[in-house]
Write a protein that binds this ligand. Structure first.
Ligand code: ARG
Length: 414
């Protein structure tokens, strides 16, 4: 990124005000280094400010994806990805995915599980300005029980190796789980992620069955809280979801099999739903070609449609929704594709945008700093051509990206 002046003034044709849920016309946004210092119509532009002309565009706060795995992406060699790659292979390519994600308009991601602390290194290098990428809140190792979604399953017990503890957060029982939470935090976790129930893209038999007891889940959440961290839970199955909510997680990830009681509980506790409802399309069309075992494809068949229906029920039931895609299951940079499905399954366009901005910022605990174009917040600002409230898929084509007051992309220049 070339040197840029400290004071900037964006002339915005339209601004999506995610706080009021309205569209403001002809606004000026003043930015001093990395902070929004003012926004309004007819603001005087200081003579020494660099003017950025977005007067023919629609301006929004930087988008936030609350569920990514930014350090990896399937290569098409399923067994090779597991057995022939080292953490270094993932580490040297992670920055490419980070850049693609930022270029797509996602200025912040909550990254919910990576091996070998690659996510921590990536976050730190981005924060230091060494590489381009979104702000990251990272979970480090996914915490899961023996034989769970977070373990490596389907192989002979006689294989004479065990993955080192830097690769996977497999732990069982209250004490070991508290220790695992401490270990993750010690080496850089901003947030704790655990598997409340079984998964799709893993070789354990069931999809959705609980994989920790309520007591274990409570221990994880409580320990994380003690260290000032929020917890999110991977959960597809109804019982796994309910136990995770009862344990006090901040968000349920996936949330595929919701029933009325689960929805009620989420509302009561203020639990966010982060549902990756684009994913099914990509898995069903590409994962056979990418070499995934039939068992996994069969599991996806059970989940895909029901998850979307559950999402619609949750929206109707008034559950808080935050945007999260599971990017990394599909190519990074495609994060915006999910907006279409969120609108198709019940959100209004403005609600879908709020899910990816102000709600996501709230879930991350960063509402004071990001999530809206508001005086005092960090200057994470994007722009598109046209009005996303008329066509939500325009968010798949972000033309301008500013993060922390720096311009990383501008295809709107005349
Ligand atoms: N990481 C998730 C899992 O393996 C992906 C689920 C994808 N499928 C879906 N319909 N959302 O469980």
């Amino acid at each position: 990124v070339a040197a840029q002046s400290r004071l900037k003034a964006i002339k915005a044709g339209k601004v999506i005000d995610v706080v009021s849920g309205t569209v403001l016309n002809q606004q000026v946004i003043l930015i001093d280094s990395n902070t929004i210092v003012n926004i309004g119509s007819g603001l005087a532009i200081p003579a020494n400010a660099e003017v950025i002309d977005l007067s023919h565009a629609t301006v929004l706060p930087g988008l936030i994806d609350c569920h990514t795995h930014i350090t990896s992406q399937p290569s098409g060699d399923y067994y090779g990805d597991i057995f022939r790659k080292t953490p270094m292979d993932y580490a040297v390519t992670a920055h490419i995915y980070a850049k693609r994600t930022l270029q797509a308009g996602f200025t912040t991601c909550r990254d919910v599980g990576a091996a070998a602390f690659i996510d921590v290194a990536l976050r730190n290098a981005i924060n230091a300005g060494e590489i381009e990428g979104p702000r990251l809140q990272v979970a480090t190792l996914f915490i899961g029980s023996t034989g769970s979604h977070g373990d490596l399953n389907g192989f002979s017990p006689f294989l004479s190796f065990q993955l080192p503890k830097e690769m996977m957060g497999v732990a069982d029982g209250v004490d070991a789980l508290r220790k695992q939470v401490r270990y993750n935090i010690k080496y850089g976790a901003d947030v704790i992620k655990f598997g409340a129930g079984a998964g799709v893209l893993s070789e354990e038999e069931s999809v959705g069955a609980p994989q920790f007891s309520l007591e274990e889940m409570k221990a994880i959440v409580e320990e994380a809280k003690m260290w000032g961290r929020k917890t999110c839970a991977h959960a597809h199955g109804t019982d796994a979801i309910k136990q995770a909510i009862r344990a006090g997680v901040a968000s349920v990830e996936h949330g595929s099999f919701l029933d009325a009681e689960a929805i009620q509980l989420m509302k009561q506790q203020g639990t966010y739903l982060v549902a990756d409802i684009y994913n099914d399309d990509y898995i069903m069309s590409e994962y056979k070609r990418l070499g995934y075992p039939q068992k996994i494809l069969d599991k996806e068949q059970l989940v895909g449609r029901t998850q979307r229906e559950s999402f619609a029920k949750a929206v109707k039931g008034g559950v808080k929704i935050a945007y999260g895609t599971d990017a990394g299951v599909y190519p990074h940079g495609w994060n915006g594709k999910q907006f279409y499905y969120m609108v198709k399954y019940g959100l209004t366009p403005i609600q879908a945008i709020q899910a990816a901005t102000i709600n996501a910022a709230d879930l991350l605990g960063w509402k004071e700093r990001i999530g809206s174009i508001t005086k005092g917040k960090w200057a994470d600002i994007i722009a598109i051509e046209g009005n996303p409230l008329d066509d939500i898929t325009l968010l798949e084509k972000v033309k301008f990206v500013m993060k922390d007051g720096k311009v990383y992309k501008n295809e709107l220049k005349k």
